[in-house]
Design a protein around this ligand. Sequence first.
Ligand code: ZN
Ligand code: ZN
Length: 155
Amino acid sequence: MPAPATPALASGGLRSSLHDRGQRLTPQRQRVLGLFERIGEGAHLSAEEVHQRLLRSDERVSLATVYRTLRLLSSMGLLQELELPEGGRRFELASAAHRDHHHLVCVRCGQTEEFESAAVLEAGELAAHQHGFRLLECVLNVRALCRCCSAAEQL
Ligand SMILES: [Zn+2]
Ligand SMILES: [Zn+2]
């Protein structure tokens, strides 16, 4: 794993403010956030999957409420929202230590794999530098077909 190259957002200040904001959440919002924390980093869930998991653990909650809660947690910086052209929206835990990773997304079934790439980060840094920008985050979403969906297409 490459060392975090950008100190800008990885400071303790951000993390503690996230923590403070997290503590002001309603119980239901905390349960949604807790679900992501239990699964851990690297999980990318759709609103429907979050809803299913909550129902399984006996939470009576509507899909619309789950959507609203996910959007809210994203706007607070606690979750990160991935917009996938065909796969809809997915959410993952936002964390300073897990920022500069990229996504390989199957456009058919939505399967999402993460990868890290020093080359992508360097390209982002170079582009930012050339335009006089300060890099905050560098994320690449790669649209692809997974092995299963690719095989199904060739039938
Ligand atoms: Zn991710
Ligand atoms: Zn697929």
